[in-house]
Structures are given as C-alpha cells and as structure tokens.
Design a protein around this ligand. Structure first.
Ligand SMILES: [Zn+2]
Length: 244
C-alpha cells in the first residue's frame, strides 16, 4: 500500500493532534483523585469544629464531676466535724469546731459557685451543637455534590480517552511502520511533540532556520521532511503563516 506523502503528513499531523488530546485527558484524569483527596481533607478540617466543641464539653463535664466529688468530700468532712460537737469539753474546743465547720461551709460555697459557672458554660456549648451539626451536614452535602460532579467528569473523560485511543489506532495503522516508529521516537525524546509547523523558514519546534529548498518542498507537501535541528516532521503552517 503506497500512501502519498501529503496524506502521510496529514496523518502525522492528525496523530499529533490526537496525542495532544490524549495527554491532556490523561492529565485531567490523573488530577481528579488529587482534587477529591484535597476536598476530602478540607471537609475533615471543616468538620473538626464539631469535635472541638464536643471535646470541650467532655472536659467541662469532667471538671463538673470533679467539683461534685470535691463538694461531697467537704460535706463528709463537715459531718465528721459535727459528730465531734456533743463530745467537746471546753468552750474553746467548741468554738474551734464551729470555726472549722464555717470554713468548710465557705469552701463548699466557693466550689458550688465554680460548679455553677462550669454548668453555665456547658449549657452555652450545648446550644452551639445543633448549629455546628447543621454546618457539618451542609459541608458533607457540598462535598458529595462535588464528588459526584468529579466522578461524572472522570467517567466522561475515560470514555473520551477510549474513543481517542481508537482513533489513534486507526491512524497509526495507516502509517507505515518505519514512519510510525520514527514519530514515536521523536515524540518520546521531544516533550511529546513529533510534528512541527513551518512558518516562513523557521521550524516552530526548535526555531531554527530551514533551507529554502526544504521550505518549498514542505510547502508543496510532496515530500516528507524532518527538521535538521530537532528531527520533527515539518508541515506547512498555513493558517498561522504571515501572508505575503
Ligand atoms: Zn526543528
């Protein structure tokens, strides 16, 4: 099967165009899991406010329990002091025990004040919870919406990538093995660009000058040329060439 150089060059240009799209789609597909991962981390960070509030409440509840136990201890202490009263022999002893009881009472009152304070803070924190929970639910919903959108994109791009691969196979099957091999070799060694446009007499791949005779032949398209500088296949870049 002999294919005209013109057609073969067109096939190379088409192959490059498809390969460009393939790299673009592959990049998009590789980015999607990263985007989801970062959105998930952001979600966890936002939802951490609930944990902060519940942790604070746990600490306060423990504090309240400790204060309760302290009151209990002081009350036991006071009961014990009171049992000593009927057995005292002197006024001095009696006054001392009453003073001890008063001191305990004062201490208990102070602890109870503190307990009340803690309870008030706890109440305020408890009131924050529904709002925080609502916010967390909203964040969950937002994330799920984003995830579904990204999964939809992923599915669509995978499908389109498959179609591109089929198109690519179709074109590469038409090229002769040597040209295809050459294309792939340049593609891999030249940042994924195996075809370069020729504008005026400059290769747009490496910006080196091309010989006048080569320019004419590339323009006519009856012979396949590769740039001497970068080895890329040259095509006449009509659309972007400055008209004379
Ligand atoms: Zn070049």
């Amino acid at each position: 099967m002999t294919v005209s150089p013109k057609l073969q060059l067109q096939q190379l240009v088409d192959l490059q165009r498809i390969d460009d799209q393939i790299s673009e789609y592959k990049k998009i597909l590789a980015d999607i899991p990263l985007q989801l991962e970062s959105a998930r981390a952001e979600l966890e960070e936002k939802k951490n406010i609930l944990k902060v509030v519940t942790d604070e409440m746990e600490t306060l509840q423990k504090q309240r329990k400790d204060l309760e136990l302290e009151v209990q201890g002081e009350n036991d202490h006071m009961a014990k002091a009171k049992t000593k009263l009927p057995t005292v022999k002197t006024n001095k002893e009696y006054t001392a025990i009453l003073a001890e009881i008063d001191a305990i009472k004062e201490k208990v009152s102070k602890i109870e004040d503190k307990e009340l304070e803690v309870m008030e803070i706890l109440e305020a924190k408890a009131k924050e919870i529904p709002g925080v929970e609502k916010k967390c639910k909203e964040e969950d919903a937002n994330f799920n919406e984003y995830r579904l959108k990204k999964e939809g994109e992923e599915k669509r791009f995978k499908q389109e990538l498959e179609e591109l691969m089929a198109k690519r196979k179709n074109i590469s099957d038409q090229l002769d093995t040597a040209t295809l091999k050459q294309y792939e070799k340049i593609f891999n060694s030249r940042e994924g660009r195996a075809v370069a446009g020729l504008r005026e007499n400059i290769c747009q791949g490496c910006f080196q000058q091309v010989l006048p005779q080569t320019v004419i032949e590339v323009k006519i398209g009856e012979k396949i040329h590769q740039c001497n500088g970068c080895m890329r296949f040259l095509f006449w870049d009509e659309a972007t060439s400055v008209p004379k």
